[in-house]
Design a protein around this ligand. Structure first.
Ligand code: G3I
Length: 462
């Protein structure tokens, strides 16, 4: 076992436990509602990210300016963003610091972002391997993350992260809290923070059974096929149009298929309940219309879990891709979430074969939500296995041309979604904070496993 492995295992803080749930269960957010009205919302800074695996140009100089006249209400409280501009979150020598600034649409907030150079990292290695990025999800704004200096310092480290995915703030209940009333403030803050360090953003997500406002789940007048279809169309079209090419891609539909029977449609979604499978096609049609009518280059993805290996659920996602293409509806990629359990991660060969089944249909794939959870407290054996699991997943993406990048579902155990969803499990991310929130981060052995996979090095046990 390496020094790093001993260090990280020994320093693990016990994670909070909560009720167990199958992943993907509906969780209801209690959001504080703070209404702010803007008659005009103008996006002043945007990154235009138009790239395929074969064409990897990434320009942040393009100014995409859009006006949107509507009332907006904020349901996610905005908080100060820590600049993370001093010191280093991970082992490095003499870091150099570059500071950039971006204007938030909220006139009272100026976000300063700091990129700390810490030497060759995960994103550097991913790009050297021909990928667009190594990225991370982040729950910004409105949580402890943006207030955590050390967390933000690592988030802003472009050597490690060249892509960011909003873990929550772009979900339905935040962006359209009342019918026809759109709140773009929190999502724009996320985009500004990510773009300030030149990151791609995988915007997430438009239509999902979870995180819906009550006006959707408990309507005053029961939905009909026609009325709920109109809701989908307005939600998807307006949001794709509004953010335009600030998003590299959108997860248009999230997790439409069930685990049991595998590959059937998830019938616990209100959209499926009222509309049937056509709701997925309708959502992609609305996104396609927004892209085509506005000449956008934003990519459209389907995103799901348990489709990282061949089987009925993966086959269902492949059939969806073929169906959308046959209808001349845009589908550019499939997100393979990859929330794995230590020791149960599909083999590298299995993941490669699955990725190729998608790319053979003419779409890209991306590893979109990678983490590897294990029972707490972690054992040395589990940590060694975790490194192997991260390695096999990242190496599979490296080996498949149409896999555009790997995104971890947050990088710091302090803010992981795992312990509150799976009782007694955690330690799933690449870093931890031995001293707790707002203290220096420590790289885990899993980080080295990812770096080895990206650089083509053989995996070495911790
Ligand atoms: O922000 C509030 C906080 O103020 C409050 O004190 C706390 C009490 O529970 O809740 C906080 O909100 C939580 C929020 O995450 C921010 O951390 C919500 O309860 C919780 O339900 C919410 O969970 C998110 C979940 O999706 C549901 O939307 C997770 O963070 C997020 O990681 C998870 O992400 C999903 C992807 O979107 C789709 N794929 C699976 C993935 C993991 O479940």
């Amino acid at each position: 076992m390496s020094v790093r492995s001993l260090l990280t295992t020994g320093l693990l803080a016990t994670a909070a436990l909560a009720s167990p749930a199958g992943y993907g269960n509906t969780v209801t957010l209690t959001a504080t509602k703070e209404v702010t009205k803007y008659s005009t919302l103008t996006v002043t800074k945007a990154a235009s990210c138009s790239a395929d695996p074969v064409s990897t140009s990434h320009s942040t100089s393009t100014s995409h300016s859009t006006s949107h006249s509507t009332s907006t209400s904020a349901t996610h409280s905005s908080s100060a963003i820590s600049t993370g501009s001093v010191g280093s979150s991970s082992a490095s020598s003499s870091p150099t610091t570059t500071t950039t600034s971006a204007s938030n649409t909220n006139p009272s907030t100026t976000i300063l972002a700091t990129a700390t150079a810490t030497g060759f990292g995960l994103n550097d290695a991913a790009k050297a391997a021909g990928k667009l990025w190594f990225g991370t999800a982040a729950d910004i704004p409105g949580t402890g993350e943006p207030e955590d200096f050390y967390y933000m310092q690592e988030f802003n480290n472009t050597h490690d992260f060249g892509e960011a995915t909003p873990a929550n703030i772009m979900k339905f209940m935040f962006v359209e809290p009342e019918q026809g009333v759109f709140n773009f403030t929190g999502p724009q803050e996320f985009l500004d923070v990510a773009h300030a360090t030149d990151k791609y953003v995988r915007c997430h997500n438009l239509i999902w059974k979870s995180e819906l406002p009550t006006w959707v789940t408990a309507p005053a007048v029961p939905w009909t096929n026609a009325t709920l279809s109109a809701v989908i169309y307005e939600h998807v079209y307006n949001i794709v149009e509004h953010f335009g090419d600030q998003c590299y891609s959108w997860d248009v539909v999230n997790e439409a298929f069930a685990d049991s029977p595998a590959g059937s449609y998830d019938n616990s979604s209100i959209f499926y309940d009222v509309i049937g499978p056509a709701y997925v096609v309708e959502a992609f049609q609305a996104a396609t219309d927004a892209v085509r009518n506005n000449s956008l280059s934003v990519k459209l993805f389907y995103n799901d879990y348990n489709i990282e290996y061949l089987g009925n659920k993966s086959s269902a996602a492949q059939a969806l891709v073929s169906d959308l293409k046959a209808r001349d509806i845009q589908i550019d990629g499939v997100g393979l979430e990859s929330h794995f359990i230590v020791g149960e991660t599909p083999s590298q060969a299995s993941q490669e074969a699955n990725m190729r089944a998608f790319t053979a249909l003419g779409v890209n794939v991306a590893v979109t939500e990678l983490d590897v959870r294990l029972p707490l407290p972690p054992t040395a054996a589990d940590e060694t296995q975790q490194v192997a699991d991260y390695y096999s997943t990242v190496a599979a993406c490296v080996a498949v041309d149409g896999c555009i990048g790997v995104t971890v579902w947050d990088f710091d155990d302090t803010y992981s979604w795992i312990p509150s969803t799976f009782a007694g499990q955690g330690y799933g991310d690449l870093f931890l904070q031995p001293g707790g929130a707002n203290t220096p981060l420590v790289k885990k052995a899993a980080y080295d496993g990812c770096l080895e996979a990206l650089t083509g090095a053989a995996e070495s046990s911790p």
